[in-house]
Design a protein around this ligand. Structure first.
Ligand code: ATP
Ligand code: MG
Ligand code: K
Length: 675
């Protein structure tokens, strides 16, 4: 069984695994510890991760980036139209209500949905991991930003399922970093009153996440979080791109803004330049053949960069102060500040964070790998086969969720909605709602503050139909208890609906105080109050479960049938890619054989080839080689293996004769020694 953590980043992803009693970040096929979050499509195969990066510019329109930002979105989504479109080179389209891309694949125009694209990328991460572990993998923990909504989370889970991954937990990325911190600290306080409060800040490529986390021995509790969902390295890249576009316009009289490829080339160069600027006071820009065969050069000082980016630096403080305020802590309660994410290397960003807290920043965690490591740790904790130190992770949700229903004439004052999971409610969590109904009814879950969720995301979470509801035997309203659950992924669903019966018991104590009839936390108490609440008498009404009711759920996730269909399609694409790879391997084997035999018949094999055969073999080698570089350039796997077999018909006897003669003296020697 595998223990794997994936930091799914917008620019690139990191994979950590548990082995040798520790956590390792693994390398991909080109020995990089981070894999570009890209998928692309070609005439014969897909290119995933590094391979997509290699040909990003030559296969411009068929390369899809920003996969993470596409999860759970629709084509009409404001943020897709106004922001993400700018960063994605492939054409975005609407595919039956799903966000899709239109690309050329296997010589035809194809549309793939966001979930499929995510699944393709996860397939790649899965391959990288199984190549390293040398076993098929399934169990993983994947990171998502804490601000992801229900539908975004479901999209990632659906994609993982399509890729054949069993996601044990979608972990909020900053919480993963906090887990990595907590589990290695041996000096955490035992006493809750002395809990250590640490602020974690993650600024990556596309977003900025903050959490205030309190630690005691063996446990972390996220107290508050705050986000800037549109703040990261790419914003700085954009500021620099705008600046250099102007410089280039003046200096070279070309307007690169009219040319998407030129913009892309510039952005690529800027991403490198920006890193140079973090360590140096100035950095050169140089792009060959940016457009119209013109090479451009420029230079920028850190000071200029800082002036251009000042409006961005001014946004640093907001989430920090919001998180601090919501945590209910004061500046002096903060023990330390831990920073992760690539963009926290920008000196001015560090300065601003440090200034806000009036403290030096801490770098206990690996800035690039902390999230992946935390996810792997969480996977190890959840995995039954792996022993890890006990560590409880108490995370929270970011947006309040309400349940809505329709009133019935019998209970006119029932109200129509209730916030069941308020902001910062801990996860996982189950709440029981009690209804009094004679007939089947529906409830709906919505985000209670639609303006707080990412613009363009539908606040609707799901509709749940409770079937089979009838009046009681005496024709009264039945008591129906509905269990709503936020699971470890922070995904909401209705777990069950049951019908209860009231049984009157004589008891001495007073009945409990009336409470909100609809809400009760099972984690604390299993008892729920009926409506109307029982008066304070010595007769106590107890509710006894009579049976389960049928339940039909409609949520933002994909239907099982579509997931099955996507799985089949993914399977076919994997097979296509594998065939291309196997064909290449077979072709290389043929080529190698030609060179090997050709060299050896002139040397070590010489005395084992009879002169008559030698010409035949030589000619065959030459003709096969000629064929390989001509019409055989692009043949099928079976043709390459036929050709190889043909060569081996002549080659094998020679090799055998050589081996025999080589082994004979050795065997004789062994024989002599053993006598
Ligand atoms: P996200 O968390 O937003 O989904 P991600 O996890 O892929 O994205 P990271 O790997 O944390 O992002 O960070 C990548 C960003 O950090 C890029 O924008 C990159 O340019 C920037 N970055 C990396 N190193 C440096 C550096 N030395 N100086 C400035 N910026 C840097
Ligand atoms: Mg990240
Ligand atoms: K375990």
């Amino acid at each position: 069984m595998s223990v794997v953590g994936i930091d799914f980043g917008n620019l690139n992803s990191k994979i950590a695994i548990a082995r040798n009693r520790g956590i390792d970040v693994i390398c991909n096929e080109v020995s990089n510890r981070a894999t570009p979050s890209l998928v692309s499509f070609g005439p014969k195969q897909r290119y995933l991760g590094e391979a997509a990066k290699t040909q990003e510019i030559s296969n411009f329109k068929n390369t899809v980036s920003s996969l993470k930002r596409l999860a759970g979105r629709t084509y009409q989504d404001k943020e897709i139209q106004e922001i993400e479109k700018e960063y994605i080179n492939a054409e975005l389209v609407d595919e039956k209500g799903q966000l899709g891309v239109k690309v050329q694949y296997l010589g035809e125009q194809r549309i793939f949905t966001n979930t499929q694209l995510l699944a393709m990328y996860f397939t790649k991460l899965k391959d990288i991991t199984s190549a390293e572990l040398k076993i098929p993998i399934s169990d993983v923990v994947i990171s998502v930003p804490g601000w992801f909504t229900d539908i975004q989370r479901r999209s990632i889970l659906d994609a993982a399922e399509v890729a054949g991954l069993n996601c044990l937990r979608l972990m909020n990325d900053i919480t993963a970093a906090a887990l990595g911190y907590g589990i290695t600290k041996t000096d955490l306080p035992e006493d809750k009153a002395q809990a250590r409060n640490v602020v974690f800040v993650d600024i990556g490529h596309s977003c900025y996440n903050v959490a205030v986390v309190s630690f005691v021995k063996g446990q972390l509790t996220v107290k508050s979080t705050a986000y800037d969902r549109h703040f990261g390295g790419r914003n700085f890249d954009q500021v620099l791109a705008d600046h250099f576009a102007e410089v280039i316009k003046t200096k070279y009289k070309i307007d690169i803004k009219t040319n998407p490829k030129a913009i892309f080339r510039l952005r690529t160069a800027i991403e490198k330049l920006k890193k140079v600027l973090s360590a140096n006071t100035q950095a050169p820009l140089s792009v060959e053949s940016i457009m119209n065969d013109i090479d451009v050069q420029a230079i920028i000082t850190r000071q200029e960069f800082e002036e251009l980016s000042n409006h961005l630096f001014d946004r640093i403080e907001g989430p920090l102060s919001q998180a601090l305020q919501e945590s209910g802590l004061k500046l002096e309660d903060i023990h330390s500040i831990e920073v992760v994410g690539g963009s926290t290397r920008v000196p001015s960003i560090k300065e601003r964070i440090s200034k806000f807290f009036g403290k030096e920043l801490n770098y206990t965690l690996n800035q690039d790998e902390a999230v992946a490591r935390g996810c792997a740790l969480q996977c190890a904790i959840l995995s039954p086969v792996f022993k890890v130190r006990e560590f409880t992770v108490r995370d929270i949700i970011n947006y309040p969720i309400k349940i809505q229903w329709e009133t019935i004439p019998e209970i006119p004052d029932e109200g129509t909605e209730l916030v069941v999971f308020p902001k910062n409610n801990s996860i996982p969590s189950t709440k029981i709602l009690t209804f009094y109904r004679k007939q089947p009814f529906d409830i709906e879950a919505h985000y209670a503050e639609p303006d707080k969720i990412p613009a363009g995301i539908n606040p609707w979470i799901g509709r749940f139909s409770i079937k089979g509801v009838t009046p009681t035997e005496t024709g009264e309203l039945s008591i129906i208890k509905v269990k709503a659950r936020l699971n470890v992924h922070s995904v909401l669903y209705v777990e069950s609906a049951s019908v209860y019966e009231e049984v009157i018991k004589e008891e001495k104590e007073e009945s409990p105080k009336p409470e909100d009839p609809h809400q009760m936390e099972t984690d604390k108490t299993e008892e729920a109050q009926p409506r109307p609440p029982s008066p304070t008498t010595k007769k106590v009404k107890n509710q006894v479960k009579k049976g389960e009711l049928p339940l039909v759920s409609g949520t933002g996730g994909l239907d099982k049938s579509i997931i099955t269909q996507f799985k089949e399609m993914e399977g076919q694409m994997i097979a296509t890619d594998k065939l291309v790879a196997d064909t290449e391997t077979q072709k290389n084997a043929l080529e190698e054989y030609i060179y090997d035999i050709r060299a050896k018949i002139e040397s070590s094999y010489q005395e084992f080839v009879n002169p008559a055969d030698k010409d035949i073999i030589s000619n065959l080698l030459t003709s096969t080689e000629d064929w390989l570089y001509d019409e055989g350039e692009d043949a099928t796997k079976s043709i390459y293996s036929e050709k190889l077999d043909e060569l081996k018909k002549y080659g094998n006897p020679i090799v055998e004769r050589y081996r025999e003669s080589d082994e004979r003296p050795r065997a004789e020697k062994l024989l002599r020694e053993s006598i």
